[in-house]
Each structure stands twice: as structure tokens, then as C-alpha cells.
Design a protein around this ligand. Structure first.
Ligand code: 5AD
Ligand code: SF4
Length: 433
């Protein structure tokens, strides 16, 4: 979502006449888009800002040109007072729901330089109505359909920083998708913090769910691939599962975070599903499409997690055999209920558990990648490789793949025979060109 927000901010600035600078020293305006999900990401903002401020002063001394420093994203929403105290030189700061007002903030700065502006409203309007049209920047595009979260997992800041759940109307989403496809997009990734709780209104004023939206989107000619992320297990309904059986454009890959395999911990996390609910959903998805590959997020060392609870998470991994996953040590976030739970897990234990979990996850990821060798897969190439004559693309399973291909194949789907595989990427040879 942050990558998406950053690209929308860039689109807005382009409309104001800004162009991308070749390097930070040459920039008249720098905006940091920030993440508050774990402490490490949030703290990094302040050290990066300090470095940027030094650069700004050097530039001013050397060239006489000033640099406007702006801050966007969830750190602003959560730490507005800290920003004013720790980085008073920031010219403006805007939360994830108000960045559509950046042009206004920039205009104010022009008028009253030196006054810092912090905008952390939860506006009653839909920011998407105020942003410029989302244009495709290549073969893969993000399309935000839902934002915010009402789940209040006890460890998570998102409900506080991105606010309550909101779904965009069906027709606005379809129109945006058609525009992206007309611009050359082949793949659309529908975005939302809780994307499968989508409940946008259709033209007749009826609420429609994600399954309805996927069926409508898959009718768009020229659109080849659909994905959605991130889903919440308790909101996976039968219709959505059926989409994985019925819609060939829906990629056979799903990121469905479980966080923990232990019922006790899931309860303490305030998740609305238990271990068994999650496994039944996985079974049904695999019934609907036996080729589906799953991915998840995990948190180790949540307050009160015992060796037994952790073992239940490892058992879950062995059951599902994830093809990719993200795993994190629990991070205490101020203002969230779990931050003040008394039974916090020692850092050393968190570290050990993370290492054990990641080794297991990587072994399944590597096995899946190795099993791809010899298969031919459609790959959407959307990036140039590091070497000349090389492109990087994505398989249906979100695996990164390198191939020797001319840039005329950029933003195209090409059949590739997989020849090599390691944990993080594949190589292959284009076929039938
Ligand atoms: N500590 C560690 N990981 C967290 N996540 C969210 N909040 C925290 C936290 N306080 C992880 C969850 C979520 C992913 C985006 O980040 O696994 O799914
Ligand atoms: Fe955070 Fe996701 Fe839980 Fe919402 S569902 S509170 S975004 S972890």
C-alpha cells in the first residue's frame, strides 16, 4: 500500500510540474513516505530525516538552493508530536488519508516558508475522488479498492493510523481498471489492508463483495492477470473461494496471513479465526484450485507465547507448506493493547524463534522453487535486469525470474522454461518467440 501511495504522490507532483530528480542532492522537494508497523521502520524515519537535513544545509551552502522536506504515511499519523519535537525542520507532514492535500500544503509553504504544517485529519471524504487518475507505469499496476481496518488485532497500529474500513464504489474501481488496461497494464493487484472485506456499492446502491468485483474485472478484455492483497482469513467467503476455481485470470497465489498457529495466541491477538478455521479455508482453497500456492505473515514472540504455542506455528507451516512468507519478531507498538501485556517475551527468545521459523519457511520456499525447474510458465516481464539484455519478471506464483530477453518484451507475458532456482529467484529460457 505504501508503494501505491508513493506512486500516487508522484503522479500528483507530476501534475504540478515537478519532475523526478536524478539524485537526492538535486531535489528541490523530498517526501518520505513512512511505515509505522514495527518499531524499526518507525525509528529509521528519524535517522533518515537527520541525514536529509544535513544534505539540505550542504546544498543550500553550495548552491543557494533550498530543499523542501515533506513527510507522509503512518508515522505522521501516529507521531505528529514527536515529529514536531525531533524534526522541527520538516516543512510539512501528512497522514495516509490526507496526502491528496499535498498540492495545498506546498502552496501554503510557498506563501509562508518556515512554518511547519502537520495534517493528520481523518477526513470524511474519499481521498480517491481528489487524486489524479491512476496511470499505469508498466505491465503491473496496483489498484486500491479498500482502505483501513476495523479488526483491531491487539499488536497492530493500522486501525489507528489508516482509520476505519472504507470501500470504493464498484463502478469507480471498474473504470480505473479499464483505464489502467488501456494504458498497457496486463496485471492488476487489488489493494486493501483487509481487501476481502471489500463491500463497495454498485450503481444500483447494492453492496457487493470482492468475489463480485473479481468476476466483473475478469471480463475486461486485455486484462490478463488479477491478484488481491492482503486478505483476512475470517472474511474469506465461499464465493471468493469459488473465484479461485472459476476465474482463469485470477493467479493461483494467495497471501493469507495467519500470524500464529496457536489458538491461545490467536485469541490474545484478537484474531477472529482459530487454527482450525484457517486450515479449513486452506483445504477449501486447495479443493477449488489444487495448484494454488499460499503465503502468509507470522509474528513470533507475541506476549505469552510459549514453546508449545511456537511449535503450533511450526506445525501450521508444515501443514500448509507455504511457497513464500514474511515473518517478524513481535514489536511493541505504543497505544496498542498488547504493548502493555505483562508477559512480554525476551528478545533472545524472539530471535531464536524467528531463526527457526525462517529456516523452515525458506526450506519450503526453496523446495517449491526447485520443483519449478523444467516447467514452462507464463512470465510477465516488468523490469530491466542488472545486465544488458536481461529482463526480470514474475511467474503466476510471484516468483522473481530472470531471463535473457530484449527490451521489446518489457511489459509482455512470455512463456519461459525454468532452468535454475534458488530461494529468492528463478532463471529461465524464453520459448516460442
Ligand atoms: N509486531 C510485529 N509484526 C507486526 N505486524 C503488524 N504489527 C506487528 C507488530 N506489532 C506484521 C503482521 C502483519 C504484517 C503486515 O506486519 O504480521 O500481517
Ligand atoms: Fe492490522 Fe491486519 Fe489485524 Fe487489521 S487485520 S489490525 S491491518 S494485522
Amino acid at each position: 500500500m505504501n508503494v501505491y501511495d508513493s506512486s500516487r504522490i508522484a503522479d500528483m507532483l507530476q501534475n504540478l510540474g515537478y519532475e523526478e530528480a536524478a539524485s537526492v542532492n538535486q531535489a528541490d522537494l523530498v517526501i518520505f513516505n513512512t511505515c509505522h508497523i514495527r518499531e524499526k521502520a518507525a525509528e529509521k524515519v528519524f535517522s533518515d530525516l537527520g541525514r536529509l537535513y544535513n544534505l539540505k544545509q550542504e546544498r543550500l551552502a553550495q548552491t543557494g538552493q533550498d530543499m523542501i522536506i515533506g513527510l507522509a504515511g503512518c508515522v505522521v499519523q501516529a507521531e505528529d508530536e514527536q515529529i514536531a519535537k525531533r524534526a522541527p525542520y520538516v516543512d510539512f507532514a501528512t497522514g495516509p488519508l490526507t496526502y491528496y492535500r499535498i498540492p495545498e500544503l506546498l502552496a501554503k509553504i510557498e506563501r509562508q516558508r518556515g512554518i511547519s504544517l502537520i495534517d493528520t485529519d481523518f477526513p470524511a471524504i474519499d481521498k480517491f475522488d481528489y487524486l489524479p487518475d491512476n496511470h499505469a507505469h508498466g505491465g503491473c499496476s496496483y489498484l486500491a479498492i479498500q482502505e483501513g481496518c476495523n479488526n483491531f488485532c491487539t499488536y497492530c497500529v493500522v486501525p489507528y493510523t489508516r482509520g476505519a474500513e472504507f470501500s470504493r464504489p464498484v463502478e469507480a474501481v471498474i473504470a480505473e481498471a479499464k483505464r489502467l488496461v488501456a494504458d498497457g497494464t496486463l496485471e492488476i493487484n487489488l489493494l486493501g489492508q483487509n481487501v476481502n472485506s471489500y463491500h463497495g456499492e454498485d450503481a444500483a446502491g447494492h453492496e457487493r463483495d470482492l468475489a463480485y468485483l473479481l468476476r466483473r474485472l475478469s471480463e475486461i478484455d486485455g486484462l490478463e492477470r488479477l491478484r488481491y492483497t492482503t486478505s483476512y482469513p475470517a472474511d474469506v467467503n465461499e464465493d471468493l473461494i469459488a473465484c479461485h476455481r472459476d476465474l482463469p485470470k485470477l493467479m493461483p497465489y494467495l497471501h493469507l496471513p495467519v500470524q500464529s498457529g496457536s489458538d491461545r495466541i490467536l485469541k490474545a491477538m484478537n484474531r477472529r479465526h482459530n487454527r482450525d478455521d484457517y486450515m479449513r479455508i486452506i483445504d477449501k482453497l486447495k479443493d477449488a484450485n489444487p495448484n494454488i500456492g499460499l503465503s502468509s505473515d507470522f509474528i513470533v514472540g507475541f506476549p505469552g507465547e510459549t514453546d508449545q504455542d511456537f511449535q503450533a506455528t511450526l506445525d501450521m507451516v508444515n501443514y500448509v507448506k507455504y511457497i513464500q512468507a514474511f515473518s517478524f519478531k513481535y514489536s511493541r507498538r505504543p497505544g496498542t493493547p498488547a504493548a502493555v501485556y505483562e508477559n512480554q517475551v525476551e528478545e533472545k527468545v524472539k530471535k531464536e524463534r524467528l531463526e527457526i521459523l525462517q529456516n523452515l519457511l525458506f526450506s519450503y520456499q526453496l523446495r517449491f522453487n526447485k520443483d519449478s525447474i523444467g516447467k514452462t510458465m507464463p512470465v510477465l516481464f516488468d523490469m530491466k535486469g542488472r545486465h544488458k539484455g536481461q529482463l526480470i519478471g514474475r511467474t503466476p506464483y510471484m516468483q522473481n525470474l530472470h531471463a535473457e530477453l530484449g527490451k521489446e518484451y518489457l511489459n509482455k507475458i512470455v512463456s519461459v522454461k525454468i532452468t535454475e532456482a534458488n530461494t529468492n529467484s528463478l532463471s529461465g529460457i524464453a520459448e516460442g518467440l
